[in-house]
Design a protein around this ligand. Structure first.
Ligand SMILES: [Zn+2]
Length: 272
């Protein structure tokens, strides 16, 4: 099978709304170019409430995530881990490997390996290993091996900073200016989180913070709105930049952004 036939882009993130905050603009551009899109969350977001039970909020947030995915014409999958307890262990890896074998992606997007929250970093590590292992015959899941290592991209860390408060430069920025409205519409589907922050801040901080960061990444590339990525280039992974090949001039590569990040972000920390 050629690469071109493996035209599914799969985003595996930790929680409902992580994809909307980091990569759905780029996924929408891929969708326009004929890619199938699949969105997956490790958890149903079962701690995203101050009022409801785990079961109640899980049900609500999975519906919200599925509604957001439907705006993109994407499938939605929840791997049913628990918030705070995403663990790098065999049962969890088996779930992620099985998802990759079922969806057969040519491109995979996941969380930054450096981020403020361990759930995010653990998801990143799980997906990295799952991409590497999906073609290994002796790793048994419900589906047969998928003999193709997908192109793996890490999304920006939340707020663009690592756990030491230092800015992380993306290796490329996708110009998502034409997709900022669907990114906003998809994020707005997560009404339970939006209302929580709106009550807490007295303003629509959920949407504002997303737009602020997309505008900041856009400014780094000289466009109105952007999303940043780093490609996993370790042994056995493909080295060509398929995202750049597919999106052409919308991707600005090898940006030397180190000096433009950091200070600005640290002095203007988004508040969610
Ligand atoms: Zn998250």
């Amino acid at each position: 099978m050629s690469l071109k036939e493996k035209n599914t882009a799969l985003a595996i993130v930790a929680h409902p709304d992580d994809a909307e905050l980091t990569c759905v603009g780029s996924l929408a551009l891929l969708k326009d170019r004929g890619w199938q899109i699949a969105l997956a969350t490790m958890t149903p977001g079962d701690c995203g409430t101050a009022l409801l039970s785990r079961e109640e909020i899980s049900h609500i947030r999975k519906d919200e995530a599925a509604n957001a995915a439907s705006l993109l014409g994407a499938s939605y999958h929840c791997l049913e881990c628990e918030d705070i307890f995403i663990t790098y262990d065999k049962p969890t890896l088996i779930k992620v490997i099985e998802l990759i074998r079922k969806t057969q992606p040519g491109m995979v997007f996941t969380m930054s390996p450096d981020c403020y929250m361990v759930d995010h970093e653990t998801t990143s590590k799980l997906v990295r290993t799952a991409c590497f292992s999906a073609g290994i015959k002796n790793v048994k899941t419900g589906s047969p091996p998928f003999f193709h290592t997908p192109h793996l991209y890490y999304v920006d860390a939340m707020e663009g900073i690592n756990k030491y408060g230092q800015g992380i430069s993306p290796a490329m920025i996708v110009d998502i200016s034409s997709k900022i409205s669907i990114k906003e519409d998809m994020l707005a589907c997560h009404a339970s989180q939006r209302e929580w922050l709106r009550t807490h801040h007295g303003m629509d901080e959920y949407i504002h913070a997303m737009r602020r960061f997309a505008a900041q990444r856009g400014a780094d590339a000289g466009v109105p709105f952007g999303e940043g990525f780093r490609q996993h280039l370790g042994h056995a992974f493909p080295k060509n930049n398929l995202l750049s090949q597919e999106l052409g001039i919308l991707v600005k590569e090898s940006m030397n952004l180190a000096n433009t990040l950091g200070n600005e972000i640290i002095s203007n920390k988004p508040s969610f």
